[in-house]
Design a protein around this ligand. Structure first.
Ligand SMILES: [Ca+2]
Length: 158
């Protein structure tokens, strides 16, 4: 169900609102799941701040259980590190604007530029090892992280 190139669907850079039912999606500015990205969980998004920018879409079907991410101060998994299992304001653990690489041991994680889920996002999947945020324009900017959680009610009633 993924769409690696919205151009082929006639939708490239034209999406201005969307509605998500069920599993969350990641929308990417560039084709083939690259470039700036943003996660959309179940709900309606009538106006998008990055309206008209998305060129590919990926549905998240990964196992969300047992989330674990290890953040590193420097690229190539060097320097100080922290291991997290739940949503964390990085200011609270003296790690804001610090992370430069990470390893995801479990779950799907969203890193945010600012607290309260604001600013740019970086989405990462189970088993991902990202050795450097520099090419992703995300070096030393993450201030908040959270794992996506299973939708309890969705599981019960769908
Ligand atoms: Ca750093």
């Amino acid at each position: 169900n993924n769409v690696n190139n919205l151009e082929k669907k006639g939708f490239n850079n034209t999406i201005s609102s969307l509605k998500v039912i069920g599993a969350p999606w990641v929308a990417y500015y560039d084709k083939n799941f690259t470039g700036k990205q943003r996660v959309f969980e179940e709900g309606e998004y009538a106006t998008l701040e990055d309206k008209g920018r998305f060129s590919s879409l990926k549905m998240i079907t990964d196992d969300l259980d047992d989330p674990e991410i290890q953040l590193f101060e420097h690229v190539d998994f060097q320097g100080r590190s922290v291991t997290l299992h739940r949503e964390t304001n990085l200011h609270n653990i003296d790690f804001s604007d610090t992370a430069s690489s990470h390893k995801v041991k479990g779950g799907v994680w969203v890193l945010y530029e600012h607290v309260n889920h604001q600013g740019d996002q970086l989405v990462s999947f189970p088993g991902d090892e990202v050795p450097s945020y520099v090419p992703l324009y995300f070096n030393d900017v993450a201030s908040h992280v959270r794992p996506l959680l299973n939708n309890f009610f969705g599981e019960l009633f769908n």
